[in-house]
Every structure is written in structure tokens, then in C-alpha cells.
Design a protein around this ligand. Structure first.
Ligand code: NAP
Length: 458
């Protein structure tokens, strides 16, 4: 895959970048290792000051950076601005909270382990490689980088090949903020060059956010080297609507939950599982709202849905929908690749799904909603849990007993009741099953890349 910015509105090449050769990769790994040795000796206060300054710089660059995200992957501009703001917030969150998250945890009574003093301390691991996707080119990286750097690690970024300018922006951001040179740097390399970086003895751990196949490959290499890995992979999140739900709010939220980021979020609601008692009304209102969404130039403030980020992604989505239609799915809105330039796919709603359709078990990474009719809560949970994924989930009900029923049984990294899935710095984020393992965000995410050291003193 070439490392290039290709405008998804038009399919035109904007800029191409030569991949880093072996000597440049070596130079960058060495710089990261050397920065780590400095960083681990710095006080948390100092790191917090650099992190806050980096957040200030990002905010000062907000318009230009947001424009870059829209150009490289087609995100609607207002959502690009929101992504920048969210990153700055998370950076400040970790600047403020790292000390508490990493505080020593002494045993109240060390005599129970025969010690004068016994405690747990959290130490940085060293250089951590981050293999990242294009869908939130800034946020995915920052939610790793902010806690990792605050913990005293150094980071190396292998970004998706279609967002090189976002990668190059991040390459300098933290150094501009005050972190030592090399503390966070980008490697312009293709996916084929990742294995050698993971195997480098100076690289101590890896985190990957991306598709299931990429996650398998990265995790297998890390496992063979006995290196820590965190995997944040695909999802096909259920959005369950029960008869007691506030239907109007559920429908309005369903549209945002499916079509935000042009439908290309790992935690987009992808499957709408609706009780038969409210199915027809849900479908009517949902379809009406989806049909009213505007598709077009993502730089235009009035546009709801831009193009998909890559041609391959658009074609794969079209294949999933065509397969479902050929096997009997009913198209309520949209469907079909439009006859225009760029990698557009219209907001689409499908129903009458059956188990032989790929769409039922695979991830639809784009603006396509599948709606299922269910007879009761047992059928809802069966369909919700039937995919290999388990990233997040959303359930709409005003019945307290039903809330407990779903919270207990949804096999996912998160359950949102009467709300759509959103990531917050304050809450851990990650999946179950093939959506991956490990957590990002909150204290749990920060501690993933630490050595939990037991200290025992006689
Ligand atoms: P992708 O094709 O898997 O790419 C993700 C990253 O992995 C890119 O940097 C890519 O590099 C690299 N990569 C791909 N194959 C690799 C391999 N065999 N070995 C090493 N690196 C490899 O995914 P994407 O299309 O960018 O992103 C969409 C997927 O990410 C969706 O499945 C989505 O659900 C998932 N996602 C998950 C989360 C989460 O938190 N769980 C968040 C966002 C996205 P190249 O670009 O050079 O190929």
C-alpha cells in the first residue's frame, strides 16, 4: 500500500510520501529508546506540564488539523473539530490524573506478608509501538499516547497508510510540547514492516487498533516474542430497542450512533434489534430520518455523511449489501454505489436479514444499518451476542428489570443503557471476544503499559 493522501471525495492523489528505509527506522527506534531513558527519570509534574503544553498547541492548530482529517479520510468537518477538542481534553485529563492512577499502593498491614513495608509500584515499560487506524486519525493515537507518555513510556506510531499527514503532525506535536526528541515519533512504514519493529528488542510492547486480521497478525508476533499487546479490533455493536423505550429519543440517537464518522466507527451501532411491538414504528421513523441525511463534500458544514475513506472499504461494504440483497434482504433506504466521483456510499437501511448473509456476522464499516425484528428479550440477546465481536452495546428500555437482564447478558466490553456508546477518558474502553483484549482510557488503560512491580522490604 502506498503511503499517500488520496482525497476520498474525488479519488485524486494529493501527496505521496516515501516510506522510511531501514536506517531511518533504526534511527527512530534508537531515538525513542534514548528518549525513554530520559523520560523515566523525569518527574510526573514535568511530564504533565509538557502534556498540557502539547494540548495547548493542538488547540491552537485545531482548524488546520481538522481540515487535514477531513481531507485525508472524509470526516465531516464539524466532527473533525470535535475530534481535535476531545484529544486536547484527554491530554489534560491524563496530565491531571496520572499521579493518582500511578500512585504506589502500600499494604496497610505489611506484617501479613512478613515485611516492614510492602507496596505495588507502576513503572513504565519502555518503547511501545502503536499500530493505528485511519478512522479517528488523531483520537485513536492520542488516547494511547497521552497515558503512555504520562506513565513515562516512549511511543512509536505506525499509522494507517492513508493518513500520513496526520501521522506527520503527531510526529512533532509532543516534542513541540516539551517532551524529549523521540519520545513520540512516527514511522512511515507499510504493514509488512511492522513485524520487524515488534521483534526489535528495544520495543517492549505493542498496541493495535484496527481490523481483526491485523490484530491477529500483530498479536501473534507479539506473543511469539513474549511481549505485551493490547488489541482494539472490530465491532458489530447491537442497539436493542424494547417496547418501554422512549422511542423518539431512541430513533434520533440511532441515526447518530450509526452514521457518525460516515458510519466508520468501531463502536457505531451496526445492528438495530427491535421488539416486534415497536418495530414498525421504529423502522418508519428511523428510515424517514436516514433518508433525510445529506451526503456530499465533508468540508461543507451542512453535509451529514461524507465519502468512505478508501475505495477498498467502499467496495467491501457494497459487496456485503449486495450479498444480503441477493439473499432476500429488503432495502428500505439507499443501497448501491452512486454514479459519481469519489468513494461515496449512501446511508442505507436494510431489514429481513437471514443467517446466510455475510452482513449478519461481519462488520459493516460504513453507513449501513441492519434492522432485526425480535419477539422477546431472549431473542434480542441471542441476536445481539451472535457475532464473533463484543465491543460495545446499547439497550433502550425503561423497565428496571430489563436493564439488569441486558447488562448481565450482553457479551461486550460496555453496555450503554438509554444512550449510544461514546468513549470518555474517565471510563475504560475495549472489547470482548474477537473485538480484542486489554483496555484503553481511564486508569486501566494507563496501567496496560506499566510494569506492576511488587516491592517487599524486610
Ligand atoms: P486495518 O486495515 O486493520 O488497519 C489498521 C492498522 O493496521 C493500519 O495501520 C494498517 O496499516 C495496519 N495493518 C493492517 N494489516 C496489518 C498486518 N497484517 N500487520 C501489521 N499491521 C497491519 O484497519 P482500518 O481499516 O484502518 O480500520 C478499520 C478497523 O479498525 C475496523 O474493523 C474497526 O472496527 C477497527 N477499529 C477498532 C477500534 C477499537 O477501539 N476497537 C477503533 C477504531 C477502529 P496499513 O494502513 O499500512 O495497511
Amino acid at each position: 500500500m502506498t503511503i499517500a493522501t488520496i482525497d476520498p471525495r474525488t479519488g485524486e492523489l494529493v501527496a505521496e510520501f516515501a516510506p522510511h528505509d531501514a536506517s531511518e527506522v533504526e534511527r527512530r527506534i534508537a531515538a525513542a529508546q534514548s528518549a525513554f531513558e530520559t523520560l523515566r527519570e523525569t518527574a510526573l509534574d514535568q511530564r504533565a506540564q509538557w502534556m498540557r503544553h502539547s494540548a495547548d498547541l493542538l488547540e491552537a492548530d485545531a482548524d488546520a488539523v481538522a481540515g487535514l482529517l477531513t481531507l485525508e479520510m472524509g470526516k465531516p468537518i464539524s466532527q473533525a473539530r470535535a475530534e481535535v477538542a476531545k484529544c486536547a481534553k484527554a491530554m489534560r485529563f491524563y496530565a491531571e490524573r496520572a499521579e493518582g492512577f500511578l500512585a504506589d499502593e502500600p499494604l496497610a498491614d505489611p506484617s501479613v506478608v512478613g515485611a516492614r513495608m510492602a507496596t505495588v509500584v507502576y513503572e513504565p515499560l519502555g518503547v511501545v509501538l502503536a499500530v493505528m487506524p485511519w478512522n479517528y486519525p488523531l483520537w485513536q493515537v492520542v488516547r494511547f499516547a497521552a497515558p503512555a507518555l504520562m506513565a513515562g513510556n516512549a511511543g512509536l506510531l505506525k499509522h494507517a497508510s492513508n493518513v500520513p499527514q496526520a501521522a506527520l503532525y503527531l510526529d512533532t506535536l509532543f516534542h513541540r510540547g516539551g517532551f524529549p526528541e523521540g519520545a513520540f515519533g512516527a514511522l512511515l512504514i507499510g504493514s509488512g514492516a511492522v513485524e520487524a519493529v515488534i521483534r526489535d528488542p528495544r520495543v517492549r510492547a505493542v498496541t493495535i487498533t484496527g481490523s481483526e486480521p491485523a490484530g491477529r497478525s500483530v498479536a501473534a508476533t507479539a506473543g511469539s516474542e513474549i511481549k505485551k499487546s493490547v488489541t482494539e479490533l472490530g465491532g458489530s455493536d447491537p442497539f436493542i430497542v424494547m417496547p418501554s423505550a422512549d422511542l423518539e429519543t431512541a430513533v434520533a440517537t440511532a441515526v447518530t450512533a450509526r452514521f457518525t464518522n460516515n458510519g466508520q466507527s468501531c463502536v457505531c451501532a451496526k445492528r438495530f434489534i427491535v421488539h416486534a411491538d415497536v418495530f414498525d414504528e421504529f423502522v418508519r421513523r428511523f428510515s424517514e430520518r436516514v433518508a433525510a441525511l445529506t451526503m456530499g463534500d465533508p468540508a461543507d458544514e451542512s453535509v451529514d455523511v461524507g465519502p468512505l475513506a478508501t475505495r477498498a472499504g467502499r467496495d467491501e461494504l457494497a459487496e456485503l449489501v449486495d450479498d444480503a440483497i441477493a439473499k432476500g434482504a429488503r432495502v428500505l433506504v439507499g443501497g448501491g454505489v452512486p454514479d459519481e466521483r469519489g468513494w461515496f456510499y449512501p446511508p442505507t437501511v436494510l431489514t429481513d436479514l437471514s443467517g446466510d448473509m455475510r452482513l449478519v456476522l461481519e462488520e459493516a464499516f460504513g453507513p449501513v444499518a441492519s434492522v432485526y425484528r425480535v419477539a422477546d428479550r431472549d431473542e434480542a440477546i441471542r441476536i445481539a451476542n451472535q457475532t464473533p465481536f463484543g465491543l460495545s452495546s446499547s439497550v433502550w428500555t425503561r423497565d428496571a428489570d430489563e436493564e439488569d437482564f441486558f447488562v448481565l447478558r450482553l457479551d461486550a466490553g460496555a453496555v450503554f443503557v438509554n444512550g449510544m456508546t461514546v468513549s470518555f477518558p474517565e471510563l475504560p474502553f475495549g472489547g470482548s471476544k474477537n473485538s480484542g483484549y486489554g483496555r484503553e482510557l481511564a486508569a486501566q488503560g494507563m496501567r496496560e503499559f506499566t510494569n506492576v512491580k511488587t516491592v517487599w522490604k524486610a
